[in-house]
Design a protein around this ligand. Structure first.
Ligand code: DAH
Length: 346
């Protein structure tokens, strides 16, 4: 009786072990397939694989307790564990493929370049207002048949003064305080020397416009700078008189300024006779924008050009003034400070 009891007790304990291992395998199967499907990346899937199927994982633990089973139960659990192991391995492999594909897709979409997207802020520059003003001035004269010419900024005394009928000791030299260099050279004080260079190179008839930088030892204030820009105009032909000068200047100024009031004022320049200065009315005041006149016969004679046959007119425009009026700029110094907040407005 006692033996039977021990035996039946033993049987009971054996049955419990089998059932428990089956339950453990059920639990493992359920948890594992759930956890595998929700693993969100390759790393957590690998950790999960180690937890489930690794040497110290849940399945190994279950197999490790098989020792208490009867010889006939052991293969039952062993077989089931093997099937489960393969099944989980398969699920893990499938999930791994899915995750790899998902990661690849994410990488591709994060690296995709949308060639149609607006640019991410490459800033484009544009012409400086002084350059664009010069271009507009040249354009208008080119439309009247003038050709663009240029001359050097470092000039000789001859081209800057003498050939323009401004001999040494002439008081007109005081009108243009000059930066002198060595060897009788200087920084040109105006673009008028280009008149002489052009007439030397090509005899009349001639119609040219010459843009460029000029230099004077002026005190700096809101309308003066030691470096500024001019455009020189020269037309020499047979039969040109003051009406041609006036007509050309008026047509040009009207095209540039529209309806701003314009006035001619008698003036004096050594290289023109008669001479005039032209003002435009801006903000209720007259602002001088150019000098002009009929080319003085002495200048033509000095170049071997017969003033009885050839006559013409010349003008010198201050580009800064044109630019300031056009764009409502009140201080010339703004044009030279390279302040992008200012320049970006144009
Ligand atoms: N060169 C003169 C200046 O800078 C401006 C000027 C006046 C130019 C009369 C001319 C002209 O061609 O005819 O002050």
């Amino acid at each position: 009786m006692f033996k039977v009891c021990i035996q039946s007790l033993f049987l009971v304990s054996q049955n419990v072990s089998l059932k428990k291992l089956n339950d453990d395998l059920d639990g493992l199967e359920k948890d594992a397939s759930n956890d595998i499907t929700v693993a969100s990346d390759q790393e957590s899937l690998e950790n999960l694989r180690i937890q489930l199927l690794g040497k110290k994982g849940r399945l190994s633990k279950i197999l490790g307790s098989m020792g208490s089973l009867s010889g006939s139960d052991r293969p039952v659990i062993g077989q089931r564990a093997n099937i489960l192991k393969n099944q989980l391995q398969g699920l893990i492999t499938d999930r791994l493929e899915d995750l790899k594909e998902k990661a690849l897709k994410e990488k591709i979409s994060s690296e995709t370049i949308d060639v149609s997207a607006p640019s991410s802020g490459i800033r484009f520059g544009h012409r400086h207002p002084l350059i664009s003003t010069t271009e507009q001035i040249l354009d208008l004269f080119c439309g009247l048949g003038y050709e663009v010419q240029e001359g050097p900024e470092i000039e000789t005394d001859y081209y800057n003064f003498e050939a323009l009928n401004i001999p040494k000791e002439h008081p007109a030299r005081d009108m243009q305080d000059t930066f002198y260099l060595e060897n009788n050279l200087l920084l040109r004080t105006h673009t008028s020397p280009v008149q002489i260079r052009c007439l030397e190179n090509s005899p009349p008839p001639i119609r040219i416009v010459a843009p460029g930088r000029v230099y004077r030892r002026d005190a700096v204030d809101s309308t003066h700078s030691p470096v500024f820009h001019q455009v020189e105009v020269l037309a020499i032909d047979e039969g040109l008189d003051f009406s041609h000068l006036r007509g050309t200047v008026m047509a040009f100024l009207k095209a540039f300024f529209g309806d701003l009031p314009i006035r001619f004022r008698a003036s004096y320049f050594p290289f023109t006779e008669p001479s005039a200065e032209v003002d435009v009315q801006w903000r209720g005041k007259w602002l001088e924008v150019m000098g002009c006149g009929m080319v003085d016969p002495a200048v033509l004679e000095g170049l071997g050009i017969d003033p009885e046959r050839w006559t013409g007119f010349a003008a010198g425009l201050g580009v800064e003034r044109f630019c300031m009026v056009r764009h409502e700029i009140d201080d010339i110094r703004r044009l030279y400070t390279s302040d992008l907040r200012f320049l970006e407005q144009f």
